[in-house]
Design a protein around this ligand. Structure first.
Ligand code: NI
Length: 398
């Protein structure tokens, strides 16, 4: 890539770092959970205005879409950040720790927001040279399926967009490095409730009842055969029940039990089959005991699969900025991410930005109340996003 341009971007990124830290700390102190991001949206709107971005109409209560328009309207490259926090009580003792008890940016979405605001700050300098438009998507509710990506898409956020870029902080990747992976990287998510309808009665007269707790217990165990016996062992599948509710008292046989579950897989084909398989096993077990199974699909995210072309642009950009040997292969995980919803429509990729630095405690897992990030990561995140966006815009426009 053009050396002069790379140097300009590196300088602009360095200049913007203090702003990024200020934005990030403000957002970190004021976390809001999924679809409640009102103050966050106001702050983002204000900051985008100060940066000279133009806001694009979005008919949603939270979230924001803003643009930097270059010499031409199209092509358009989108850059997405999530904006929601988690219901976690922060225990880091940082000077800028959450001021809202019970809520915390424990997944780094504050870092993501400040990173793409930093990208906007850099790209603004190049606005008159951009052969198209850069659109910034500030998306609500990544942490809470059905998530904010689908409503953003329905509201037209991807209109005329040729490709989309995303990022996620990674406490496993050392500061100064990034992680990439082509193709399937994160799992599909199928969230569901199973309700076992039995027939309540006296604890001492099981013969007159259908004990929903006994049936549910068998069901929990039997459903693991969907993983071990009904899915291709080459593909990874996980079925987890995070919550079971049923019964009222020691001497009363439970009338019904609710199982709150989630199914994950890296295989798009398995993902389609999972609800049917779960229902089939549930029906069979329940019928064997005279109970009835009811299944409610709550929400789903598709498999996240990164575009090799977009990743190649990330790689070129990062190596031009910071040299070779600093890109690691991202591990596949059964976590879900609604960035996958955008990838169903247009090519897109997420990169992992290294925030690991044990010296400052930045080695705790995502969602931990002790989650800490090395803030220097935001500078390189902004630079690589800006460079990649220009790279893709230029090749789309050619
Ligand atoms: Ni996250």
């Amino acid at each position: 890539m053009d050396k002069q341009l790379i140097n300009e971007i590196l300088t602009a990124a360095k200049d913007g770092h203090d702003d990024q830290v200020a934005w990030r700390r403000h957002l970190h102190q004021n976390p809001e959970i999924a679809f409640q991001e009102h103050d966050t949206t106001r702050y983002l709107r204000q900051t985008c205005r100060e940066l000279g971005l133009s806001e694009r109409k979005l008919n949603m209560k939270t979230g924001l879409v803003a643009e930097i328009k270059g010499k031409r309207k199209t092509p358009i490259i989108a850059i997405r950040t999530d904006i929601d926090a988690l219901p976690v009580t922060e225990q880091t003792e940082l000077e800028f720790a959450s001021r809202r008890p019970g809520f915390m940016h424990a997944c780094g979405h504050d870092m993501h927001m400040a990173s793409i605001l930093g990208t906007a700050r850099i790209l603004n300098r190049f606005a008159d040279r951009l052969p198209g438009t850069i659109r910034f998507l500030f998306q609500p509710a990544e942490e809470h399926p059905p998530g904010g990506a689908r409503p953003m898409i329905a509201a037209g956020a991807l209109e005329s967009v040729s490709a989309i870029l995303g990022l996620h902080v990674d406490p496993h990747v050392p500061i100064g490095k990034i992680g990439l992976r082509d193709g399937v990287t994160m799992a599909s998510v199928t969230d569901f409730d199973l309700i076992v309808h039995g027939r309540g009665g006296h604890a001492a007269r099981p013969q007159d009842s259908v004990d929903a707790i006994v049936v549910a217990s068998e069901l929990v165990a039997a459903l693991q055969t969907v993983v071990s016996r009904h899915s291709d062992p080459i593909n990874s599948v996980a079925i987890t029940f995070g919550r079971i509710e049923g019964g009222t008292a020691r001497n009363v046989i439970a009338d019904h039990v609710r199982l709150t579950g989630t199914a994950r897989t890296l295989s798009a084909a398995d993902s389609k089959r999972l609800p049917k398989l779960i229902k089939r096993v549930a029906d069979g077990i329940c019928r064997a005991h005279g109970a009835k199974a009811e299944m409610n699909l709550i929400a789903s995210y598709p498999v996240l699969s990164n575009s090799a072309e977009v990743n190649a642009a990330f790689r070129r950009s990062f190596e031009s900025l910071y040299g070779k040997g600093k890109i690691v292969l991202t591990d596949q995980v059964l976590g879900g991410e609604d960035f996958a919803c955008y990838q169903e429509i247009i090519p897109g990729a997420m990169f992992r930005i290294g925030i690991r630095n044990p010296k400052i405690g930045a080695d705790k897992p995502w969602h931990s109340p002790y989650f800490i990030a090395d803030e220097r990561a935001m500078e390189s995140a902004a630079a690589v996003l800006a460079t990649t966006a220009i790279d893709l815009l230029t090749s789309e426009a050619a």
